[in-house]
Ligand binder design. Structure first.
Ligand code: ASP
Length: 315
């Protein structure tokens, strides 16, 4: 079976000064996740590791480096889903967890629930011995400056899309050597969001979806628009109906544009290893590895061949 790992580092209008760091970050995450698959690991382990890599990288709006809410605080959301069984886990509005995606996985594996939020998520983290950090340690100087500069939520969707987002949401999808798919998504949301606002990212079927009967999807973009059209499930639905992965993405993103004037991006992989990365925002950082070849892009129509890192591990 062919193994494939695809990641995104968020949509919107990534400014030039952040472009190469964003691209380097997605490439590194794709290589980390792919290494798991090459060693015979599961799609679930691969997407979790790829997303953790990006949560740890301050260039992205997830984990360390997340954007700040209206009160200048970090509030993180994440989800993970296993396409074999549709089992999934999510957390929302967590503040002092370094890797929300791993807490989401623990919710999936150690509770009878799918999502835990805020204080409950923190109590659960404590109960399983997951370390917490001072919330401030997740805040970067870059984000503090950006937040000081733009102290207002941008309300018009158009203005929001054209705003220079320095960093963004992350996600990963994978198919492993047994033909199982999985997805994971993690975010700090949108800068200056209301306290307690939760977007699409941790919502099963909106920010991500994985089903061995169709494939795995992870989304990014305007959360309120993605929620209205349940974008990840819509893409999976089109794949289930026999659409090519690329067409399923195009159809669903253009539906979101037409129906609710929303923009965003998504990555998807089918159980047979077909994959695509598509977006209707100005840019989206993404990277994919298949057959030991790494691909990446940032601008529309990019599909650039790169070099695998850690190649020694793969041989
Ligand atoms: N979808 C995320 C949210 O609305 C943000 C993003 O993908 O950039 O919270």
């Amino acid at each position: 079976m062919k193994v494939v790992l695809v990641v995104h580092g968020g949509a919107w209008a990534i400014p030039d000064e952040m472009a190469s760091a964003s691209v380097d970050g997605v490439k590194a995450a794709a290589c980390e996740g792919y290494t798991v698959l090459k060693k015979g690991g599961s799609a679930l382990d691969a997407v979790e590791l790829a997303v953790r890599t990006m949560e740890d990288n301050p260039v992205f709006d997830a984990g360390h480096g997340a954007v700040l809410n209206a009160d200048g605080e970090v509030e993180l959301d994440a989800m993970i889903m296993d396409g074999r069984t549709l089992t999934c886990g999510a957390v929302s509005s967590v503040q002092n967890i370094v890797n929300p995606v791993s807490l989401a996985r623990a919710v999936k594996e150690k509770t009878d629930h799918i999502m835990l939020t805020g204080r409950g998520a923190n109590l659960f983290a404590e109960s399983i011995g997951m370390g917490t950090v001072p919330t401030d340690s997740l805040v970067t100087g870059y984000e503090k400056n950006e937040w000081e500069k733009h102290k207002k939520y941008i309300t018009g969707i158009k203005e929001l899309f054209n705003s220079q987002w320095g960093h963004d949401t992350v996600g990963a999808v994978a198919v492993d050597s047994s033909g199982n798919v999985a997805c994971a998504t993690s975010t700090g949301g949108i800068r200056n969001k209301m306290v307690g606002r939760v977007g699409d990212s941790p919502i099963i079927g909106s920010g991500g979806y994985a089903d061995n009967l169709s494939g795995a999807v992870s989304c990014t973009g305007h959360g309120e628009s993605i929620l209205k059209v349940t974008l990840a499930r819509l893409i999976a639905f089109h794949m289930e109906q026999g659409k090519e992965v690329e067409d399923a993405l195009d159809l669903s993103l253009s539906y979101m544009g037409d129906r609710v004037q929303g923009a965003g991006g998504a990555i998807a992989v089918s159980t047979s290893g077909k994959w695509a990365a598509k977006f209707t925002t100005k840019r989206m950082a993404w990277s994919a590895v298949e057959n030991d070849v790494l691909w990446y892009g940032l601008d529309p129509n990019d599909k650039i061949k790169g070099h695998l890192f850690q190649f020694h591990i793969l041989q």
